[in-house]
Write a protein that binds this ligand. Structure first.
Ligand SMILES: NC(=O)c1ccc[n+]([C@@H]2O[C@H](COP(=O)([O-])OP(=O)(O)OC[C@H]3O[C@@H](n4cnc5c(N)ncnc54)[C@H](O)[C@@H]3O)[C@@H](O)[C@H]2O)c1
Length: 312
């Protein structure tokens, strides 16, 4: 059977990367954007990435940009939306998309934080709608969280998980449509404590990051926290939690320290100062370091035929 046809809505940072992954996986991809400049540059951006990663440059030939939404989705088996993070915009687009697609086309949103229930609630056939949360850059970070709502059918989840596995991603099923899904809940639990350590004068921002990068951060890519808990013993984990959990940050809202940074215009890279100060050269160096690290991880996965998430 031919690979399912994919339609990507939004050709920005995430949308062009999603199109690239599906095209490289052998799918015919149509991509739509309301902004002409995004559409005009999308194939060139994908080509540049493919060359840079040493991937088959011919994959871009399977990508067809179009400025007509109906044309983009009409023949698709799967539509994934990656437009700006704006609920009314996403709701309006999905209502329009649903009017043009086949009866069995699966509809997905790549929203970062908006509940899938809110985006898809107005659809006529909600059982074929779900969330797929990719991470940036989509062609280097393996995870895709697959989020079902109370209406999503098990067949829709299974089909979407398989679609992403087949193009080399690591899909993870999120069984309830909760804010932050899984990845961002975990990530921001860590960030809350990281900010609290600085707020309470226990260390400075650079030290927080050094401690993570030079300690458990080294292991995290191959040893998840629950594997780690089993490794050291659940009894030891319980004993540690009895001492540590009452002492760590548990406030339900953002830190006043973070709030003040924002109020003072200390916005991080974009203003040159956030938790730390950043020259343009330092910003560029850090970005390059992250990209290099992700590329090496991908090469290492490919060399060992490994798949993140595989524990044995
Ligand atoms: N950037 C990330 O790290 C990241 C990670 C995961 C998920 N996401 C989510 O992915 C989605 C896209 O994010 P992004 O970073 O690619 O944003 P982006 O600003 O780079 O791209 C958004 C694209 O949507 C297009 N657009 C705006 N209105 C439109 C309309 N009415 N019809 C068609 N296209 C329209 C814009 O022209 C732009 O090309 C958002 O929901 C975001 O929250 C982002």
């Amino acid at each position: 059977m031919a690979a399912p046809r994919i339609a990507v809505i939004g050709a920005g940072l995430m949308g062009h990367g999603l199109a690239q992954v599906f095209a490289l996986g052998g799918h015919e991809v149509t991509i739509y954007d309301a902004v002409d400049a995004s559409l005009k540059t999308v194939k060139e951006r994908i080509s540049t990435n493919l060359r840079d990663l040493g991937d088959d440059p011919r994959a871009v030939e399977r990508v067809r940009p179009t400025g007509d939404l109906k044309d983009c989705v009409r023949e698709a088996h799967y539509v994934v939306e990656a437009v700006s993070e704006d609920l009314p915009l996403k709701q309006k687009l999905f209502a329009e998309i649903e009017a043009h697609v086949r009866a069995d086309t699966i509809l997905a949103s790549n929203t970062s934080v908006i509940p899938i229930t809110d985006i898809m609630g107005g659809l006529k056939r909600r059982e074929r709608a779900l969330g797929t949360h990719w991470w940036n850059p989509p062609y280097l970070v393996p995870l895709v969280e697959v989020i079902g709502t109370e209406w999503t059918s098990p067949a829709t989840i299974d089909w979407t998980m398989e679609l992403h596995s087949a193009v080399g991603k690591t899909p993870a099923h999120v069984k309830k449509d909760v804010p932050g899904f899984i990845g961002n809940r975990l990530q921001h639990a860590l960030w809350r404590e990281a900010i609290a350590l600085v707020e309470h004068g226990i260390c400075d921002a650079e030290t927080v990051d050094t401690v993570i990068k030079a300690a458990f951060g080294r292991r995290l890519a191959v040893l998840g926290p629950l594997e780690n808990a089993d490794m050291v013993g659940t009894d030891l984990t319980l004993a540690i939690h009895k001492t540590v959990l009452p002492a760590i940050e548990s406030r339900p809202g953002p830190s006043p320290y973070l709030d003040k940074l924002v109020k003072d215009g200390k916005l991080g890279f974009k203003s040159g100062e956030g938790f730390r100060t950043w020259t343009p050269a330092q910003q560029q160096a850090l970005r390059a370091r992250v990209l290099q690290h992700l590329k090496k991880a991908r090469e290492s996965d490919a060399a060992t035929d490994d798949h993140p998430g595989r524990s044995t």
